[in-house]
Design a protein around this ligand. Sequence first.
Ligand SMILES: Cc1ncc(COP(=O)(O)O)c(C=O)c1O
Length: 423
Amino acid sequence: MVEHTGLLHPAAASKRGHDPIFAMLSRCRAAADAGADVVNGTVGALLEDDGSLAVNTTFLDAIRSAPDAEVAAYSPLAGRPDFNDLLVSLALGPARDGLEAAGLATRAMATPGGGGALRLTAANLAPPGGQVLMRDRHWGPYHGFLAEANLRRATWPLLGPNGEETDVDGFEAALAEVSTAQAQVLIWLNDPAHNPTGLSLSAEGRRDLLDAVVTSALVRPEVGHSLMLDTAYALYAEEAHGWANTVQEALEEGMMWPENLLLLWAVSLSKSHTAYGARCGGLVSVHPEQDVLDRVHEAFAASGRGTWSGPPRVPQHAAVTVHRDAEAADAWSARLEDLRGLLDRRRAALLAACAEHGVPLNPTHDGFFAWLEHDDPQRIAESCAAQHVYLVALDGGVRIGLCAIPEASMNRVATALASALGA
Ligand SMILES: Cc1ncc(COP(=O)(O)O)c(C=O)c1O
């Protein structure tokens, strides 16, 4: 028996590679190969209506035309300074100047994708054995990032008890519990365009959560508070830089920034630049004291060195090339706009079809996914698969990959869900 070789130590032996998303994708492909007319809502990448990968050619061309040295040479271990500067602009958007003028310092580090940024925070901003706070619906691979850092999760509800799109009380209660038990509190908040629901917080929701974190940091000055915004899909959202705007407004209204509060943006170019396999992203930190950021980033750089050595160089070069050339930046941005339009049309079609067929979808605004909350998601996904509509059953519901489903198929998705719910 493979289990008895003794090669894996006990903690490693509990790791499993089974991924429900890829399992359903293989079933979908097998059905399609056997001639079924399938709707494939399992994929997590943005596909054209014909099923091919949607790409932003401007960015890919910049990779293809990179000089040899940009492809072959090492990157500086914490990323190229010009790319790190770009990361700050991608995270903060037009509010960057205002935030810096208001006295905030920034620092960024390139990582192999947004996943690398998650890893850096897990490795450094929460105590081993402790908990990281997140909403109860979240991206499944968070569990792996936590496990690798010997962390667990503490959750608060995605929606309020009466369907409110921010459960401030739930958040405050969870935060109070974790911040009394640990000397460092790390919060992962995937917003806007949440995976797996497509929910984006409103300006009011963002402000309520920010105020709650600031209050907690002021009440417990001995506890480090880090709020990391996972913005993997932000550039597909209507308010791409909503968090930076919220912070700016709060400062303008006199918010006191506690020194034990760090705000971070996990940036991913996987979706925004269609750089999924290029592994490009980074971690942006914001705090009033540059010295504080320098110290924290020293630890981040050491973790990066000890985990992936250095980040890939050529995608950093390509991103900088695109964004410093006005014509290329416009072309990239126009394509991003087209792809956002594609998602908007698909989401509108799904919402209309679900309304017509009485399917109670969760609130969904932006990004790649929509969500049906259900206590038996497996049964719903199986029933849909029997109708050759392939969706993914996750904890607490069914994920609908708008990113992979043509607008014309949304009626089939809604009817399959309606029949599954009625069954
Ligand atoms: C919620 C969320 N966060 C972070 C990531 C990280 O992506 P990457 O490491 O490819 O940049 C993803 C990718 O699917 C995601 O869905």
